[in-house]
Every structure is written in C-alpha cells, then in structure tokens.
Design a protein around this ligand. Structure first.
Ligand SMILES: [Fe+2]
Length: 449
C-alpha cells in the first residue's frame, strides 16, 4: 500500500500534466488553423474584389460575399467597402450602401502581411475579425472585413478537452491497475521473504520460497533459502549437541544417583525402584510417553541432593536427632541447586524440590499442600515412601507390601493425595508381589521408557 500511495500520486500528476499539455497544444493548433483560414479567405476576397470595385460590378461583389458566407458555417459576416468606408457588398443585403459599422475590438491577435486579426464583439457576438486592405494596380481601393464566430473554436476546444479528459481517465484507470500490479509484483516476493523469516524465527517448519525471477529479488530469495537451510542445519546440529549434552549429563546424574544409593547398602537401587513404580503409576494416570520420560528422570534425580549429606548422617544406624534431621531435610534444596546448574535440567527441579512435601501442608521444605505440590513430586513421594517401607533399615525390618500399602492408606489425605494414594494402592495390588519383582529388570524397564 505504501508503494501504491507513493506511485499513484506520481502517475496522477504525470497524466494531468500530459493531458494539460496536449490540451494546450491542440487548442493552440485549432486557433492557429482558424487564423490561417480567416487570413486566407480574407486575402482571397480582397484579391478578387479589387477589379469589381473599380468597375463598379456590384453583382460580382454580392455574389462573392454570398458565396464566401456560405462556404463555411462559422463565417458570420463579410463586408467589402470602399475607401470612404461605404459598404459595397455584404452578406446582409440591408447593410449595402450604408456606412460600415466598426466592431468593438477586444484584442489584437496577429498581423499577417497586410491582414490584421482581432478578437471583436459585433452585435453581441464574439468574433475573430480579419481586415485586409484591397489594392488594385498598386492603389488602395477598399477594405474587406471577415468575421468568423469564436463559438466553433470554443466548441472544438470543448470537444478536445472532453476527449482528452476521457482518455486521461481511462489512462488513469489503467495506471491504477498497473500500479497495483507493479506493487504486487514487487511486494509479493518481499512478503514471501518476510513470512519465510517469520517461519524461521518462530521455529515452524520452513518451506523454501519458490523462485519466480532471475532479477535481484530472485537472487535475494535464492540467498535467503540458502541461508535458511544453513541456519536450520546448524540449528539441528545444535539440537543434537544439546540432546547429547543433556543425555551425557543425565548419564552422569544416573551414576551420581546410583553412587548415592550405593553409599547406603540399605538404599541400593532405591532411585531406580522409585522410577519404576512412579512410571507405572504415571502410565495408569494416562501420562503420555514424553511426560513419563520426564517423570522417570525426575525420579532418578530425586535424592541427588544427598551427595551433600554427610556419611555419618546418611549411614547412621540409629534414629537421627533433630539437628541431623534438619541436615537430612536439606537434600531436596541441595538437589534443586545441583539441577539448576544445567538449564536443560531445570524442568526436573519442582519434582525434586517438593518430593517431601505432605498433602496436608506439614512436609518440607516449603510446607506446600494439595495442588500446590507438583503432581510428579506427589507421585515420587508415594513411590519413595513405599520403597523405604519395603526395604529393611538398620533400626527396623522391611514391611511387606501389604503392610506398606496399609500405611499408605493410613496416611491417605495427610501425607498423600487421596486419589493418588488410591491409584497407587490399586496399582501395587495389581502387580506381582514386590518381593518377586526383579528390580534390575524393573529399573531397566524404567530407564528404557
Ligand atoms: Fe528424598
């Protein structure tokens, strides 16, 4: 639209200028033609009437006056008079023999040899009057005056103006369409380039822009397509690198998680069992594959913060005192700090940080409750508690699955979400007895998700 707004006034101005110039030239030509015609008629009459004046041949002069008047529709009058200004012949019979009545001269137009042309007003009509002296044998014997109506010139000029105005309007219409066509021709490839840039910027699938011409725009389009392909290929390479980096970091954290589990013989394999149970529950809750993968990694990371927990607390065989409990309870925050070091692992922070929150708001570290606790954290809390209860500890023996489920039901609505606790209990009851589950296989299943 900007291009049209710029081009259209220019085209409009050009058309107006051309129309005005053509009108002026044409009108000038019409006027000039009239002057030439008037001079020629006036001189012919002057040449033809010299002898008749001297010989007193009134009939010849009358005939000449009448024939001249009738030769063209725009001749208003013709007067032949002697040197005393007495009318000898006139197209109006009543004017003959009278003193010539001079016209009111408005403007001198031109002089052609001895003929003079004036714009005059005669009997209320605007005329162009041509006055030529009549000579015979070198002696002036009279004067011819020829009056031609200006109406015909004005009418011709009006017709010309009308025709030129119509032509200009048609030309303007064509120019308008042409301007839109040119604007579209120029802007369409630019718009396509612009939408290509937007596609590229938004990450939407990029489609190469078709080449339509071999001009500068075509070259620009071709270069843009090449640039986009380069960017996309580098982006894909970077994504692969990022994925590889994330996988290697996750592998490192797996090793770290396994090392932490291994620090305490009683918690060996804990993280992978939690991952197995959590992913099973996630699947039952209708999570898609991507979310289950996400949950599995969060499970592997959930106790990674214990790397900072001193051995004397982690491996203590007696119950922990309040101070030790406080140190132990720092592991969700420590885990979050470790994950914060890699931007690609930030998504696991909520599950890790809040897996010891209680449904009723009495957990740690933030005493969040109900829906304030991320669902992944709530699932991990269930699996974590179940695995802890079904694993022997120095200060107590492992509970059976049935007893552990009873505990989970007992804490339904306090520690655990009632709905999730019910789903978890149903899931474990549907599974083969936990004592018979090969956690190696289970962990492999979990990791393979
Ligand atoms: Fe934990």
């Amino acid at each position: 639209m900007k291009l049209v707004a710029f081009l259209l006034p220019l085209v409009f101005l050009l058309v107006i200028l051309i129309a005005e110039t053509v009108t002026r030239i044409t009108e000038g030509a019409i006027y000039e033609d009239l002057l030439q015609r008037g001079v020629a008629i006036s001189r012919v009459v002057a040449l033809s009437s010299g002898y008749s004046i001297l010989s007193g041949d009134r009939l010849a002069m009358d005939s000449l006056a009448a024939e001249t008047k009738n030769s063209a529709g725009d001749i208003e009058y013709l007067s032949i008079r002697d040197t005393e200004e007495m009318v000898l012949a006139h197209n109006l019979i009543e004017e003959r023999g009278k003193k010539h009545a001079a016209s009111i001269r408005v403007k001198a137009l031109a002089t052609f040899l001895e003929t003079q042309a004036y714009e005059v007003v005669r009997q209320g009509k605007e005329l162009i009057e041509f006055t030529t002296p009549i000579f015979f044998a070198g002696k002036r014997v009279g004067t011819v005056s020829l009056g031609i109506s200006r109406d015909s010139v004005l009418a011709a000029q009006k017709d010309i103006r009308k025709s030129i105005a119509v032509a200009a309007a048609v030309f303007l219409g064509i120019a308008l369409l042409g301007t839109f066509a040119i604007a579209s021709f120029i802007t369409t490839p630019v718009k396509k380039l612009s939408s290509g840039v937007n596609e590229l910027a938004s990450g939407a699938p990029f489609h190469p822009i078709p080449l339509r011409s071999g001009d500068e725009l075509g070259e620009l389009t071709m270069n843009f397509n090449r640039m986009a392909e380069t960017i996309l290929s580098q982006k894909n390479r970077l994504s692969r690198y990022a994925k590889d980096l994330e996988e290697s970091y996750i592998a490192t954290v797996r090793v770290l998680a396994a090392s932490i589990d291994a620090r305490d013989p009683y918690t060996l394999g804990h993280s992978t069992r939690v991952a197995f149970l959590s992913c099973e529950l996630g699947r039952r809750l209708g999570f898609d594959m991507e979310e289950i993968e996400h949950l599995e990694k969060a499970c592997l990371f959930h106790d990674v913060g214990k790397i900072r927990t001193p051995d004397e607390i982690l491996l203590k065989e007696k119950r922990l005192d309040p101070k030790e409990i406080g140190l132990m309870q720092r592991h969700p925050d420590d885990g979050a700090d470790i994950l914060r070091m890699a931007p690609s692992l930030h998504r696991y922070i909520p599950a890790v940080r809040y897996h010891h929150e209680w449904y009723n708001g009495t957990g740690y570290p933030e005493r969040r409750k109900d829906s304030e606790i991320p669902i992944h954290a709530q699932i991990i809390a269930l699996a974590d508690a179940f695995d802890a209860m079904t694993t022997s500890r120095p200060y107590r023996k492992a509970l059976t699955s049935g007893k552990a489920l009873e505990e989970i039901i007992r804490f339904r609505g306090t520690q655990f979400s009632p709905e999730l606790a019910d789903a978890f209990v149903r899931m474990v009851r549907d599974m083969p007895p936990m004592e018979a589950v090969d956690t190696d296989t289970a962990s492999k299943r979990g990791m393979a998700l």
